[in-house]
Design a protein around this ligand. Sequence first.
Ligand code: UD1
Length: 424
Amino acid sequence: MEKLIVTGGTKLEGRIKVSGAKNAVLPIIAASLLAEGECHLQDIPQLADVDTITQVIKSIGVKVSTTGNKDLVLNAGELTSSEPPEEWVRKMRASFLVMGPLLARLGHARISMPGGCNIGSRPIDLHLKGLTALGADIQMSHGIIECSAKKLVGSRVYLDFPSVGATENIMMAASRAEGTTVIENAAEEPEIVDLANFINGMGGRVYGAGTNIIRIEGVPRLKGANHTVIPDRIEAGTYMIMAAAAGGDVLVENVISDHLKPAMAKLAETGVTIDEEDSGVRVRSRGRGDAIDVKTLPYPGFPTDMQAQMMAYLTTARGTSVVTETVFENRFMHVNELRRMGSNIVIEGHSAVVKGVSRLTGAPVKASDLRAGAALIIAGLVAEGKTEICSIHHIDRGYEDLVVKLTGIGVDIKRKVYPDEVEK
Ligand code: UD1
């Protein structure tokens, strides 16, 4: 078993560079299936999730290569199958993003239902509602979804919730449908805009991405394109919260500060000094901040993917904070682990009431999902002594070169192998 060992009490100082956005790369790699030509993608983070989606597209005939410099060259000229193997699809929910492109390209896709997840039931009804509106016939049996369409025809789709994945899947399918598709109540996340820019670079016609109404004029063919992926706003926000919690002076580089407005505003409310500089966002903090209330919402609201990290910071704030989760039904798995470290948190429905304590104490804890894992590192920074985090494969899904990067700003963090212990 591998663990992360964090020793608390150090102030953070220096510069830390953010990688390309995981949640932009995954749909963009799926979208490369739409093009007959070669796609060159830059700023690709080396992460387990990126590896998974790459394996998914390889398994259906995409030729994948790299020059070794954080890039990927993808050629989907000849697809050999519309049925990616279950072993890869079940590993990661985002694998389902190949459904829309496969349907558009081959008129058929057979994909296993996305696997269970620790942060709520996460259905795919909105993905299927959109694809059905475009003319797909959908059959479900034995955990497999089979989708077919002789041709896709543009349509109007209203999303009951602005789902990121459903917006992406529908956008990709619609980009090669006949006629115009309008997605109403679409997700507005920056990753949607990045995907739209990539599709348009391939010759697509997507308008309005970044607003809640997206219009897609279908085209018969898409060609290869070059694209550089946007920086990861969740990774950036995580480092900003780390600096706020531990105290110090950190410049988070390679960010689009517009994407970080909610995190910057909430950190400033806690008393942290945030400055937008030419090369990034600078965070200066004395450590323990003031309690605040936080409510997660679809973009441009406060991101659910930063909720756990923010809560970890607030465990030692002065006063009582209320953290409300509205995007996912069950995203408080980190609370029990934070309690093991001495925090005072009570869950009331969709809210967690966090009474700030003066300090946490290091303890053995378990990362239940990616962002919960990041939260435990933050808690470890403000804890007395050592925090041992297990199940760190979750953290590897979303933070490239984490130990090297964090060590660079003064975090006392080590990765250690325990040959005699096995993951339970
Ligand atoms: C994406 C992000 C994830 C982030 C989430 C919300 C990727 C790869 N992942 O996930 O990190 O936490 O957005 O910002 O980009 N829902 C339905 N029916 C559907 C689809 C979703 O009810 O068909 C619900 C979900 O259960 C959830 C909410 O909508 O409660 C948000 O999900 P969604 O926006 O789809 O998240 P993902 O695209 O899975």
